[in-house]
Design a protein around this ligand. Structure first.
Ligand SMILES: [Zn+2]
Length: 323
């Protein structure tokens, strides 16, 4: 669903006094999902009710995450989990009288990172709603939330505008499709190592292409730039492409999780590859599919932390095979 359409729907619901207590927003929590949560909160807190103008004091406070009647929690840096203390903060915020006399709103960014204790505590909050409270759970993988939480929230699956496929994303998909099931070659470990090598090869090609693109652009601009500047630009372009490719990899494994959980193809990111995804998800349990999604996410994070690619990819892919 396009974010504008989802937002219009919620504007009508708000005007009619029929906002749900809790929404799950499926989309990258750092981009499209986070933006959507911000706008939804602006809708309820805007000085001109329902306008979400973005310019008034409450709207700006929401954007800066300083609004006194709202709270935004995210996975802790080290453990990358949302822990029960954070959910207690949220409960406390919801129970307080609203400063502005109206809504209290909480966003859980990366809600799939709620650990077991935190999930159960949050479920209690949903079961005993306080008046005028609004919860938004942002996630890429709604299937990893407790089913009892899922069933109490309204779900919006947002199109990711930023995720329009680049040629690199298509190259990655070709590798994943050709790789078929990880264990198609008889030895799952061998197949996963072969897959890792192909992805490392793709990254290598991307790096070279980024260098070429940057020097071609410097030639076109006809300005002399020192090697250091060119290297920095090539490296930043390469990282941008790599982030996109790793996200595509994550979405591919998320689709496998969707199929392993529900078999429902309505929310697939790659519906055009449903048959291949279905074949890969055959016999895959939800728990195992979720473990694989987390592993891909870990690989992505480790690359962003500048760990060596060969180490991250070369050791990550074999771990995708069932332990
Ligand atoms: Zn406003």
């Amino acid at each position: 669903m396009k974010p504008e359409h989802a937002f219009e729907y919620l504007q009508h619901a708000h005007a009619a006094g029929r906002l749900a207590q809790a929404y799950i927003v499926v989309g990258n929590p750092k981009t499209v999902g986070g933006d959507f949560a911000t706008r939804l909160m602006q809708l309820v807190f805007c000085a001109t009710p329902g306008a979400a103008c973005g310019a008034c004091v409450p709207c700006r406070q929401i954007a800066q995450r300083t609004h006194a009647d709202s709270l935004w929690i995210e996975p802790q840096k080290k453990s990358r989990q949302i822990v029960i203390e954070q959910v207690r903060d949220l409960q406390h915020r919801v129970q307080q009288t609203a400063f502005a006399g109206g809504w209290k709103a909480c966003v859980i960014g990366g809600a799939d990172r709620l650990n077991a204790a935190a999930s159960n505590a949050f479920l209690k909050t949903l079961e005993e709603p306080a008046g005028n409270s609004l919860f938004m759970l942002l996630t890429d993988t709604p299937q990893s939330l407790l089913p009892t939480i899922l069933s109490r929230c309204q779900l919006f699956v947002l199109d990711d505008e930023a995720a329009t496929a680049t040629e690199w994303d298509r190259a990655l998909l070709a590798i994943l499709i050709e790789g078929r099931t990880l264990d198609a070659l008889g030895s799952p470990m061998f197949a996963s190592m072969a897959l890792a090598e192909r992805i490392l090869g793709l990254l290598e090609a991307m790096r070279e292409e980024a260098e070429k693109a940057v020097s071609a652009q410097a030639d076109a601009e006809a300005v002399d730039q020192d090697d250091e500047t060119l290297d920095a630009r090539a490296s930043s372009l390469y990282r941008e492409w790599r982030t996109g490719v790793m996200r595509t990899l994550l979405l591919w494994f998320r689709d496998r999780l969707i199929l392993a959980s529900s078999g429902d193809t309505a929310h697939l990111r790659f519906p055009e590859h449903a048959a291949i995804l279905q074949a890969q998800a055959t016999g895959l349990t939800r728990v195992e599919a979720l473990r694989q999604v987390r592993l891909v996410e870990d690989m992505h994070q480790n690359l962003e932390r500048n760990l060596p690619e060969r180490l991250v990819i070369g050791s990550g892919f074999p771990r995708l095979v069932a332990v």
